[in-house]
Design a protein around this ligand. Structure first.
Ligand SMILES: Cc1cc2nc3c(=O)[nH]c(=O)nc-3n(C[C@H](O)[C@H](O)[C@H](O)COP(=O)(O)OP(=O)(O)OC[C@H]3O[C@@H](n4cnc5c(N)ncnc54)[C@H](O)[C@@H]3O)c2cc1C
Length: 367
């Protein structure tokens, strides 16, 4: 059986690796001239790490990501709102996107990867299965669901970058919540630190000095935030306005096409689950295909398994933003912070486990 994956981002590559693992002939068609990801970090949550485990890649990802360190949510003065010890926080592994992309690519034969090829309609693809993994602005989604509303602005602009390798290996993985803004610290295993900042702002704002914009926002927040900004090479700061697919799709499947990742369910990053869901999607799709059903049956299984879960995560992520950095009223912020301090860590982790406790289906062929 032959599958063509349109789009070689993290979701498309995860699907390609999974389909290759269950014996399908796979081609990934990528619009860009080169495969790769831009320079920023991604938090691989426990559910996605298990999905990567099903692909045989979890150890490799752990080796390039966050060591076992404590974690926490803090206020801008550094006071703890929630603290988790190393064994618990260690389950989230931050990696450089480019490194994760390389690990996925290395699990595929070179012949599977085709660059400089833009696909605008599934009719242009000759394969038993077409995987639409072409991101939030998916051309294939637009072709298959022409009346579906476009992604909408989520009200937040975000900056991301990675420092030089000069930080202690036991630096805390953390999120700092201020009024209307937040800052996240994702240490890598080699002393580099991925960070992000987000704030409520109108869409479309740009500055010739984005690092300066971040300094104005959080430069006087607690240690190590100013030091991380000082260690960030000028000109490496990426800025994105956050968009999401506001209206959920009625199905992730049309004929022999399966939509996956941001093409199917672009969500806000407030729970750090967008790429994680895309990786899960790929594993579930391949497992459905491996069960020996027809493509139509496999895709119906895929839709049934993925749509409720990913749309629930998208909804929860939107709410996390609303109760997180989007709160600006000082009274509301004080109530949130007091509530977070009062909730036992075990209870917060239990809330997260609703999404992170997911187990992947097996991709082993000898079941
Ligand atoms: C600021 C920010 C922070 C985030 N942080 C996290 C995080 O910590 N954890 C997390 O899990 N998620 C995070 N996300 C979400 C995550 O980045 C996305 O959900 C994920 O990258 C989606 O992967 P994808 O493969 O579906 O799409 P994409 O990464 O967008 O890949 C799509 C690929 O398709 C190619 N393409 C597009 N159109 C065509 C075409 N017509 N023909 C051929 N190729 C095409 C593109 O060039 C691209 O390579 C974050 C997002 C943002 C904006």
């Amino acid at each position: 059986m032959r599958a063509t994956v349109v789009g070689g981002g993290l979701g498309g590559l995860a699907a390609a690796v999974a389909l290759h693992k269950v014996g399908w002939e796979v081609t990934v068609l990528e619009r860009a001239a080169e495969f790769g990801e831009v320079g920023a970090g991604v938090g691989v949550m426990p559910n996605a790490l298990r999905a990567l485990g099903a692909l045989g890649l979890a150890d490799e990802v752990r080796a390039i990501g966050t060591p076992n360190v404590p974690g926490g949510v803090r206020d801008p003065r550094g006071r703890a709102l929630t603290l988790v010890d190393a064994s618990e926080a260690g389950r989230v592994v931050a990696v450089h996107r480019a490194d994760l992309h390389r690990v996925l690519r290395s699990a595929l034969p070179e012949r599977c990867l085709v660059t400089s090829t833009e696909v605008t309609s599934p009719d242009d693809v000759d394969a038993d299965l077409v995987v639409a993994a072409d991101g939030i602005r998916s051309r294939l989604r637009a072709a298959l669901f022409p009346a579906h509303p476009e992604p909408v602005y989520a009200g937040t602009t975000a900056w991301r970058s990675v420092t030089g390798p000069r930080f202690p290996k036991d630096l805390e993985i953390s999120q700092t919540l201020g009024p209307g803004s937040e800052f996240g610290v994702l240490p890598l295993g080699d002393g580099r630190v991925c960070w992000y900042a987000a704030t409520v702002a109108p869409a479309g704002g740009r500055s010739p000095d984005e690092l300066g914009e971040v300094r104005d926002l959080v430069g006087d927040w607690h240690h190590p935030i100013p030091a991380l900004l000082d260690a960030t090479p000028a000109g490496t700061v990426l800025r994105h306005d956050i968009h999401e697919l506001g209206a959920p799709l009625p199905t992730y499947v049309r004929g022999r096409v399966a939509l996956l990742g941001d093409a199917a369910h672009a969500m806000t990053p407030y729970l750090g689950q967008g790429a994680c869901m895309a990786i899960e999607d790929g594993v579930v799709l391949a497992a459905a295909c491996a069960r020996g059903n027809t493509v139509a049956e496999a895709l119906a299984d895929y839709d049934r398994a993925r749509r409720p879960r990913t749309q629930a995560v998208a909804k929860a992520s939107r709410l996390a933003g609303r109760l997180g950095h989007k709160l600006r009223n000082p009274v509301a912020v004080a109530i949130r912070d007091t509530a977070m301090r009062a909730i036992p860590t075990s209870l917060s982790l239990k809330g997260m486990a609703k999404f992170t406790a997911w187990e992947p289906p097996s991709l082993s062929l000898d079941r």
